[in-house]
Design a protein around this ligand. Structure first.
Ligand code: PRP
Ligand code: URA
Length: 209
């Protein structure tokens, strides 16, 4: 069974609270998501393998370490996942970025695919699939299916706020994918929105409502 890791660092909790507030406007919402994504990237990349190298400091030669092994790809689920890319990229600037376009049908709550473009060598990369909201889990589960169909084997799901229904769905459908969240909320309402959540992440990020 995959693990759910809740990153409840005080800075992250503080910033998530600001994002939840309905009075927080688009500019601040975007900045906060960017900052939280950067803080989450620090934890999500904790297990990256290292290799030894020798360098010359201004004082002497030294054995030191750099990141080795698999390269990273960040894959946002459009639209709201876009808000998490820059924060992660600021820590891992060499990562490639793929895009998966999905929207959730408001009646059926089922994900509808409209775009998929991934790095050519995505099957060799460790994938960070990012989306601020994990509600029913339908969108993230479908996105992981696309990634696996393209040969991706090492996938981590990084979300800002999750509902228990969403994490259970991913654990059932994809027991090999660990889930990193900044907050685990209580439940979903009848329209599939996370309670207390923060509302519609895409609309708040892009000011479309
Ligand atoms: C939101 C969110 C997730 C999805 C989560 O996107 O960003 O992708 O809903 O819901 P689920 O876990 O029940 O699938 P939305 O469909 O609103 O599209 P948008 O990002 O374009 O606004
Ligand atoms: N999508 C969102 O943007 N917010 C929710 O609470 C659920 C799905």
């Amino acid at each position: 069974m995959s693990k759910v890791l809740v990153m409840d660092h005080p800075l992250i909790q503080h910033k998530v609270s600001l994002m939840r507030d309905k009075e927080t406007g688009t500019k601040e919402f975007r900045e906060l998501l960017n900052e939280i994504s950067m803080l989450m990237a620090y934890e999500v990349t904790r297990d990256l393998p290292l290799r030894d190298i020798e360098i010359e400091t201004p004082i002497c030669r030294a054995q030191t370490k750099v990141i080795a092994g698999k390269k990273l790809a960040i894959v946002p689920i459009l639209r709201a996942g876009l808000g998490m890319v820059d924060g992660i990229m600021s820590l891992v600037p060499s990562a490639k970025v793929g895009h998966i376009g999905l929207y959730r049908d408001p009646i059926t709550l089922e994900p509808v695919e409209y775009y998929c473009k991934l790095p050519e060598d995505c099957e060799e990369r460790e994938i960070l699939l990012v989306d601020p909201m994990l509600a029913t889990g339908g969108s993230a589960s479908a996105a992981i299916h696309f990634l696996k169909r393209r040969g991706c084997k090492h996938i981590k799901l990084v979300c800002l706020i999750a509902a228990p229904e969403g994490t259970s769905r991913i654990q059932a459908d994809h027991p090999d994918v660990n889930i990193y969240v900044a907050a685990m909320d209580e439940k979903l309402n009848d329209h599939g929105y996370i309670i207390p959540g923060l509302g519609d992440a895409g609309d708040r990020l892009f000011g479309t409502k």
